[in-house]
Design a protein around this ligand. Sequence first.
Ligand code: NAD
Length: 285
Amino acid sequence: MSPDAYRKYVTNEGLTTDDNAAGMALRKYAKEGSNVKSFEGKTVIVTGGSSGIGRAAAIAFGGEGARVVIADVQPEEAENTLRSVRKAGGQGIFVRTDVTKSAEVEAMVLKTIETYGQLHCAVNNAGIVHGGMLTADYPEADWDRVLNINLKGVFLCMKYEIPQMLKRGGGSIVNTASVGGIVGVSGTAAYVASKHGVVGLTKTAALDYAQSGIRVNAVCPGTTLTPPVEKGMDAARMAASKAKVPMGRMGKPEDMAAAILWLSSDAASFVTGHTLVADGGRTAE
Ligand code: NAD
């Protein structure tokens, strides 16, 4: 069963009324599914794809045959990611983009369309981890910087991605929030405010476009071993952080990539406005 036929089956588009035929098709897919690349021929924008979670997601999309557009401010690291994307079986380009700059985000989306014709999926993931001071001590400039990158950046990306998805009749967006998007974390006022903002923005955009074929979801990683986390924690802090996780380990970028791919895929065709927490049980307590 081709990915397109499977999509038609899942969306009921052209579905036969013969239940047996439908059941047989699904069983055939279950058997052959591992040979089907689920993002073959699809274009995916990954912001923050030069490093960490975005890099792992870009490579995972590549492994599923996607055309990946890396939008980031780190060119050398982006080229490194693209090499891995190609090795995994995908293709891609890098477009230098500061997600806080409207004109750069618009140009990046237009370059995506110029290169690949259509936009199917977007992962708005670029962000910074920031904290270490109490709310009243937070410098205003730091507040503005964190909110600009983590929240306004996601808004600007959706602002230019959504019209392209509407043109093709649908798409999927995954925004990277954080466990800091669902609980408070002392010492991180701006970060937590920005990530709660991403969750609210995601739910609202999901409702705005629920009838237009665009699904909008968020992923909430727990502490994940990416360069800023590895650099920012000494062994003692790392051990303390690990001890707080019921599963007894930190997240890996690949854990988050798997959650992002599932939310982006046709397997999640009835999922929108959802906040998928991947934190080893940390916020279940
Ligand atoms: P990372 O630093 O490895 O990757 C972030 C990427 O975003 C970098 O490549 C960076 O260059 C890019 N970026 C930063 N500012 C940008 C801008 N203005 N425009 C374009 N690109 C920009 O960090 P990561 O840990 O992989 O974080 C990815 C996302 O996951 C962030 O939104 C972060 O808040 C979120 N997150 C991370 C963790 C964690 O523990 N690592 C936990 C929860 C949420």
